[in-house]
Write a protein of this length. Structure first.
Length: 133
C-alpha cells in the first residue's frame, strides 16, 4: 500500500496530486526523508514558500545530511530575499539600480553562496543558519 502511494506520488505529473498524496502519507506517518523533500519541492514549484520551507526542514530533521534539502532550502532563502527586494523596489523603498552595480539572478546568487559556504566549516554554517519566520 505504501509503495503504491509513493510510486503514484513520485510519478505524477501534477504537483497538486503529488501534494495531496504526500500530505496524506505525512499525516499518517508514512513518509521518509525523500518524500518530505519531494513535498517541499512541490510546494516551492506551486509558490507556497512557507510550506516548502516547513517540508525541507522536516527532511533535515529526519535526515540531517540530506544535501538536496540543504540546497533547496538555500535556494528558497534566496528566492524569498529576491522577492523582498523586488517588493521593496516596487513600493519605492529602494532603488535596486542604485543599490547594486549589477543585476544578479538567483543562479548567480546561489553560485556565490555555494562558493563562500564551501570555504567554511559546515558546522559553523549550520550554527549561523537563519531560518525564515
Amino acid at each position: 500500500h505504501i509503495s503504491a502511494l509513493r510510486s503514484l506520488a513520485w510519478h505524477s505529473t501534477s504537483e497538486e496530486k503529488r501534494v495531496e498524496i504526500l500530505d496524506r502519507m505525512a499525516h499518517d506517518g508514512l513518509c521518509d526523508d525523500d518524500d518530505y523533500y519531494l513535498l517541499g519541492e512541490c510546494y516551492k514549484k506551486m509558490g507556497k514558500l512557507n510550506e516548502a520551507h516547513h517540508w525541507f526542514q522536516k527532511t533535515l530533521e529526519k535526515s540531517p545530511k540530506h544535501c538536496y534539502a540543504f540546497i533547496s532550502l538555500a535556494e528558497l532563502h534566496v528566492m524569498i530575499a529576491i522577492k523582498y527586494l523586488q517588493d521593496a523596489e516596487n513600493l519605492g523603498e529602494i532603488d535596486m539600480n542604485e543599490q547594486m552595480s549589477t543585476q544578479w539572478d538567483s543562479e548567480e546568487v546561489l553560485r556565490f553562496m555555494y562558493d563562500n559556504i564551501t570555504k567554511k566549516d559546515s558546522q559553523a554554517v549550520s550554527e549561523n543558519w537563519i531560518p525564515i519566520a
